[in-house]
Design a protein around this ligand. Structure first.
Ligand SMILES: NC(=O)c1ccc[n+]([C@@H]2O[C@H](COP(=O)([O-])OP(=O)(O)OC[C@H]3O[C@@H](n4cnc5c(N)ncnc54)[C@H](O)[C@@H]3O)[C@@H](O)[C@H]2O)c1
Ligand SMILES: CCCCC/C=C\C=C\[C@H](O)C/C=C\C/C=C\CCCC(=O)O
Length: 337
């Protein structure tokens, strides 16, 4: 990572920032940029350097006070994780990824058969004491509360919560809000209850699964989009609360593009898409255009967010074209403390 704290870098940054004001004044609202490029190539070069430095500064400012050392990494051996929607798709892949790193995992899912079947597979591979399947509907307050309690009773502690369970249903849109947003908010509150240092927890990490549909509006999925935008807003705000309140818990979101799971099959179902069913070929064309990930790409993002102790309130994006990268927010979009 580029170290802009070193004196020469800071000097360069301030120098370029001053230069950029000249460019910005000259360039007005931007519509003259072509003629500007012809007339002022040096300033344009400087402008791009300033932009690079500005983005570096934002990347630095995303670092949380929760992690004390820059780029410090936690070990996952001996850690305890809870993953919602862990019986299939992305959640299933995350469970395996965490266990391969040495964590014990509680997989929480409404799908009993798939959950139990997967637990049997995991038992053979990692030993029966390393995982737990708990039947739970994340929209049911008491069931989710019990699932967290059982996890802590069984493993003695909790360090990582992945709120991943999600659906795509525009027709029954209230259910989409309940699973995708309400379930995630409850899962975050429960995670904080058990992990906050003030409550006797050891601190840890909460990761809420959003989507690229949480950053850009998707025409054929307005409610899914709303739920995923909501997750990002909620997560960034509560991450700031964690910073201020020194909970010792980092809270981040992850936003994949299309991932090869059963969720993508919902576009071919009228009972899921409702009035947007007619646009299924447009959606398939989008998939062809942007490409589809395998769930393992998302696992890599999850591991990166867990291991990098400096990230809190971060919004990770995963696209086929750019891989793992982060959404950048200008100062006006930073949480108010
Ligand atoms: N597949 C994609 O293209 C994609 C892209 C970006 C984000 N996501 C998000 O990733 C997450 C996982 O999606 P996926 O693609 O693996 O889907 P999936 O349908 O394959 O898996 C979802 C899992 O969640 C479980 N689940 C659903 N409702 C539940 C409930 N009420 N309580 C408990 N468990 C419940 C299901 O049983 C299933 O095991 C979702 O939040 C989704 O929005 C998916
Ligand atoms: C666009 C409708 C998708 C319908 C499929 C059902 C659910 C899948 C939802 C995922 O969360 C993905 C949602 C939207 C992806 C949006 C943009 C495409 C990716 C762009 C890119 O990779 O650069």
């Amino acid at each position: 990572m580029k170290d802009i704290d070193s004196q020469p870098s800071w000097f360069m940054f301030h120098y370029y920032r001053e230069q950029s004001k000249i460019i910005e004044n000259f360039n007005g609202f931007g519509y003259e940029s072509y003629s500007v490029m012809q007339k002022r190539p040096i300033q344009i070069g400087i402008y791009y350097l300033v932009e690079f430095a500005r983005q570096e500064e934002q990347r630095e400012s995303r670092s949380s006070t929760v992690g004390s050392q820059r780029c410090s990494r936690i070990q996952m051996e001996g850690k305890v994780a809870l993953v919602t929607g862990g019986a299939q798709g992305i959640g299933k892949a995350i469970v395996r990824g965490l266990m391969e790193k040495g964590a014990s995992v509680a997989l929480i899912d409404i799908a009993v058969e798939k959950g139990e079947e997967y637990k049997n597979v995991l038992d053979k591979e990692f030993g029966s004491d390393k995982s737990l399947f708990i039947k739970c509907d994340v929209t049911k307050k008491d069931q989710l509360k019990d699932a967290f309690q059982k996890t802590v009773e069984r493993f003695g502690k909790l360090h990582i919560v992945i709120n991943n369970a999600g659906i795509n249903n525009e027709k029954n849109w209230e259910k989409t809000i309940n699973v995708n947003l309400t379930g995630m908010i409850r899962g975050t509150h429960l995670g904080l209850k058990y992990m906050r240092t003030q409550n006797g927890g050891e601190g840890g990490l909460i990761l809420n699964m959003s989507s690229l549909a949480g950053i850009m509006p998707v025409a054929h999925q307005p409610v899914y989009t709303a739920s995923k935008f909501g997750i990002i807003g909620f997560t960034r705000a509560i991450a700031a609360a964690s910073d201020v309140g020194q909970y010792g818990v980092r809270i981040n979101t992850i936003c994949p593009g299309f991932v090869n799971t059963d969720l993508l099959q919902t576009i071919d179902k009228e009972e899921n898409m409702g009035e947007y069913f007619q646009y299924r070929d447009n959606i398939k064309a989008m998939m062809d255009q942007y490409g589809i990930h395998e769930p393992t790409s998302v696992v890599q993002g999850v591991i990166d967010l867990i291991e990098n102790e400096n990230l809190n309130g971060a919004v990770m994006k995963i696209t086929v074209s750019a891989g793992i990268h982060y959404e950048e927010y200008g100062p006006q979009y930073q949480p108010k403390m």
